[in-house]
Every structure is written in C-alpha cells, then in structure tokens.
Design a protein around this ligand. Structure first.
Ligand SMILES: [Fe+2]
Ligand SMILES: [Fe+2]
Length: 300
C-alpha cells in the first residue's frame, strides 16, 4: 500500500542551509559562489536570478514554499501579539547567547559553527574593521531572535528573506511563484502596489513577514541607537537592501539608514570561517560592552 509522505514542517537540516543559499545568491564580491551556483554577475538578469531557484536544494525549496504559503498579513499580526509583549522570560544578553546555543543544528557539511560562534565571529570582524562599539554590539546580538525556534516556532516563521505583507509582493523575492498559494494573493486589497499602506509611509509603519529580525528589534529597541536597530530589524530584508525594491513605501529616515543595513550585511554573510572563536577569552570584552548599553536583565 502506498502512502503519500506527510509534508515536513522543518525541511531545513539547519538554519544555516537558508543562510548558505542567500550567500550563493549574493556571493562576496570577487569570490565565486560556494556551493549551488557558480556564474554570478552583480548585475544579474531576471532569468539568472531564477537559476538560483533551479539549483536550490530540495530542502531549501520546500522551506520557501512553506514560508511563502503561510506568511500572511494576518499571521504576522497574530505573531506580534503573541511575542512582542515580551513576557516569556528575563535574561541578560550573554545568557541569551548561551540559551540560543542549545539550538543544535543537524550536521551540515558547510558549517560546524554554533549560533554563539556565528555571533562572535560577526562581532569580531566588525571590531577588527574599527567600527564603533554600538556596531560591534549589534553584530553580537543580531541573531538572538532565533530563540523563537526554541519556543516551538517553525523554521519558516523564524528565518528566510523577509518581505512586506499587506501589499503586492515584489517579483525580486526569491521563489515568487510560491506566493500564488498564499491566501492573501486572492485578496485584491492586499495585492495592490501600496496595499494597506500610504505611499512614503516609512518602513516603521510597514509590516514585514514575521521572523527573528522583528523579534530581536523589539527586544533591543530601548537600548541601541537607531542605526543599529535598522540593522537588527532589516538584516533579512534582502528585497530592500540588496534588490532596491519597495522604494514607494520608504520615508527619509529609511533612505538615510539603508547605508547601515548595507554596511552590516557583509559581516553577517561573509564572516563565517571554520576557525572557532575563543569564547572564554572574548567573554570579558563582550560582557563589558554589553553592560555599556544593556541592563543586567532584559525582557524577552
Ligand atoms: Fe539573521
Ligand atoms: Fe546572522
């Protein structure tokens, strides 16, 4: 007797599988793509962009199918109500880094780094490049929103390139065909260029698909400068910071802060090395830096 396999709610072997796919789409200038796609031009044409889709691992494709299917405007509102009252626990930043580190990914040949090590590598490269202390600290905390995974949230509601909901999807979002299965797609009031928004309203008033960026932004919003908060909130918003889409929704503050989001992105994408940072040796420096900006415990 044949049975249809039930869809896998966690198609990715590890969250890094999504990040590796993003890195293949946006390889480091001057370096070939690591795994999935070799011929790359920064001015890539539409059909070349589509090649990333063809070459994607089946797990990555399934991940995007679920993400585009389930991330409705209403879903994003419900998740904000569920998580942004920050009533789950109180933890300091270092404690949250150790807590996130329980998230053990299955074996992925491309990475052998823990979440904590990715945060430290990102921050350390920002520090080596001589950036201000708030920038280093932003690198340290940028992925702490992935603790949503530890609270039972599915991969497609934690990671993935983010995009505005409540208005037309940009054709530059990867796997745009999968949006046809999203219930919002059949609602014309949510599918016009501006949708539920006023032109030029600014990204603060635009609801992006739900994930780790929006969550960590809300956790940190009283403590970091605006430039750092932009990095946290929009680091996965590739349709904006890499594809220059959605300009009709931006305001002057967004246009001013785009440069910070773009300055951050290479540290996130290109600093992964297999050389594990010395956590014990680095901890005193980072504990001091954390204490400059954050109280001992914050709400999550
Ligand atoms: Fe991230
Ligand atoms: Fe990251």
């Amino acid at each position: 007797m044949e049975t249809t396999p039930s869809p896998n709610p966690t198609p990715l072997q590890s969250l890094e599988e999504w990040e590796d796919f993003v890195k293949d789409r946006y390889p480091e200038p001057g370096k070939p793509a690591a795994t999935a796609f070799q011929a790359t031009d920064p001015n890539k044409k539409e059909e070349e962009f589509r090649n990333y889709e063809k070459e994607a691992r089946p797990t990555v494709r399934e991940f995007y199918r679920l993400n585009h299917l389930h991330q409705t405007h209403e879903f994003g509102q419900a998740k904000r109500r569920e998580f942004l009252s920050l009533k789950r626990r109180e933890m300091g930043i270092w404690e949250a880094m150790e807590y996130l580190n329980q998230l053990v990914d299955d074996s992925d040949p491309d990475t052998d780094l823990s979440q904590l090590q990715h945060l430290l590598q990102t921050a350390e490269q920002i520090r080596r490049d001589g950036h201000p202390r708030w920038f280093i600290l932003t690198g340290l905390v940028h992925d702490l929103g992935k603790i949503l995974c530890l609270w039972g949230e599915p991969q497609w509601a934690v990671v993935g390139d983010t995009f505005p909901t409540g208005c037309a999807y940009s054709g530059k979002i990867v796997f745009p065909k999968f949006f046809e299965q999203n219930p919002d797609f059949k609602n014309p009031s949510l599918m016009s260029a501006n949708g539920v928004y006023e032109p030029g309203c600014g990204l603060d008033g635009v609801q992006l698909s739900w994930g780790h960026d929006e969550y960590i932004y809300n956790v940190c919003k009283d403590y970091l400068p605006m430039s750092g908060l932009y990095m946290l909130r929009y680091h996965s918003f590739y349709p904006w910071h890499r594809e220059s889409e959605y300009s009709h929704l931006l305001n002057a503050q967004d246009r001013e802060n785009l440069k910070w989001v773009q300055a951050f992105n290479p540290y996130d994408l290109y600093t992964k090395s297999h050389q594990a940072p010395d956590v014990k040796a680095l901890r005193p420096f980072y504990e001091e830096l954390i204490a400059e900006y954050f109280p001992a415990k914050i709400r999550w």
